[in-house]
Design a protein around this ligand. Structure first.
Ligand code: PLP
Length: 431
């Protein structure tokens, strides 16, 4: 944290924004290549969302969902469940991705209790998984740098190494492997089925763990395997949902629906904090009973279902879930983005450019031939971030992985800016 004070150039102080650009106090502007932190799906100033929030502000901002409901939350729930499709018919609201994950974990366990299986209290997750920073979410997380310090405070979790074709844990090649990564996860489900409340995964791509894409069929296969053994499945779509991978829900590309799906980040296009857990009919029904049976989900936050947040999310979905917007994303924006990003693979200290949709990570390595990494303490990723800052581009690095996660509204000119500034910054740092 000491480093912040010594950074050169110093962290900009943002005083305004326009389109996909941030405006700093010194008058400089920065293209936001990290979308806030992956949430400003429609850029820094989405007009339709801002207007919807202003309209709602003129009516009322907040009531409560304890004993009441309100029009924006009903409208958003209708929209989200229609988009998710049956059996994902019910929504629980919270304020952040971490809270959505907490709620989903507790729901999955309480369902087991109601079914007479209180011993089914374990979760199965992936190494390098990230599900948020509250203690339940940290328990299922698997990034040592973020999570290791807190292990004594956490509940135990079963874990398998993540699928990662380039750095395969099982030392296989994608063309000839036998999906050892599927088999390993299936094996853990089978072995622990009598003790598992649920499995939790980020489907298709591990985000904060370093932008690690999974083989296309991995999430579908493990979801089916869990189902077959009566274990619930939670998808954490906080990063990969809401258009980021080219579909409203990432599960649309998986072919199978989970029992619980968590969304946040882009849900309001990043304008207000709001998250949601979309739950299946089967999960929901487990919480119905006579008063004295105590089947209530005793969980809620003061700002659960904020009316302003719901109004923002409805407006955001007005764009993100528009079929024309989605097809433009898949047919034009995403292919142009990857054409620009692929060229970075030719740089001498770039080991891998990986990702999906509009999420890319550029991994820097000391030696391209041997894949020798830079020691994380030397902060090569961060050096590139500072070189990009000097060029008017704002982003972040996860260790040696430089992020490029632009708004879904990224323009051709901005893609050209990425194609110019990223290699310049990477080469500058390499010298
Ligand atoms: C950001 C993120 C979270 C946590 O969301 P917060 O709103 O920051 O609490 C959880 N899971 C994934 C995959 C994320 O990217």
């Amino acid at each position: 944290m000491r480093g912040y004070a010594e950074e050169d150039p110093p962290s900009p102080i943002i005083v305004g924004a326009e389109g996909n650009r941030l405006i700093a106090a010194d008058g400089r502007t920065y293209f936001d290549a990290n979308s806030g932190y992956w949430c400003l799906a429609l850029g820094c100033r989405p007009e339709s969302v801002e207007k919807a929030v202003a309209r709602q502000l003129a009516k009322f901002s907040h009531s409560t969902l304890l004993g009441l409901t309100h029009q924006p939350v009903l409208a958003l729930t209708e929209r989200l469940t229609r988009l998710a499709g049956p059996p994902l018919n019910h929504v629980f609201y919270a304020d952040s991705g971490s809270e959505a994950v907490e709620a989903a974990l507790k729901m999955a366990y309480q369902v087991q209790v109601h079914r007479g299986h209180p011993e089914r209290s374990m979760f199965l997750a992936l190494g390098e998984a990230y599900h948020g920073d509250t203690l339940g979410a940290v328990s299922v997380g698997g990034v040592d740098l973020f999570h290791e310090t807190y292990r004594p405070l956490l509940f135990p979790v079963k874990r398998t190494p993540p699928p990662h074709c380039r750095r395969c844990y099982w030392k296989k090649k994608p063309e000839t492997c036998r999906r050892e990564c599927v088999a390993a996860f299936e094996f853990e489900i089978r072995k622990n089925r009598d003790h598992l409340a649920a499995v939790i995964i980020e489907p298709l791509l591990l985000g904060p763990g370093g932008i690690i894409p999974q083989p296309d069929d991995w999430p579908g296969k493990i979801t089916q395997a869990a189902r077959a053994m009566g274990v619930s499945v939670i998808f954490d779509e906080v990063a990969v949902g809401m258009g980021r991978l080219g579909s409203v829900f990432a599960f649309e590309q998986v072919g199978v629906k989970p029992d619980l799906v968590c969304v946040a980040k882009g849900l309001t296009a990043g304008i207000l904090p709001l998250s949601a857990v979309v739950a299946s009919e089967e999960i929901y029904r487990e919480f119905l009973g006579e008063f004295a049976e105590r089947k209530t989900f005793f969980h809620g936050h003061t700002f659960t279902g904020s009316a302003l947040g719901c109004a923002a999310a409805l407006a955001a979905l007005g764009t993100i879930a528009d079929p024309q917007f989605i097809s433009r994303l898949n047919e034009k924006t995403i292919p142009a983005f990857w054409r620009a990003l692929r060229t970075l693979e030719n740089l001498p200290n770039v080991g891998e450019v990986r990702g999906r949709g509009l999420m890319a990570g550029i991994e820097l390595v000391r030696n391209k031939l041997t894949d020798e990494p830079y020691p994380w303490s030397e902060r090569w990723g961060h050096r590139v971030i500072l070189a990009l800052r000097r060029r008017g581009v704002q982003t972040r690095a996860i260790g040696n992985v430089v992020l490029c996660v632009p708004p879904l509204t990224v323009t051709d000119e901005e893609i050209a800016l990425i194609a110019k500034t990223y290699p310049e910054a990477i080469l500058e740092v390499n010298e």
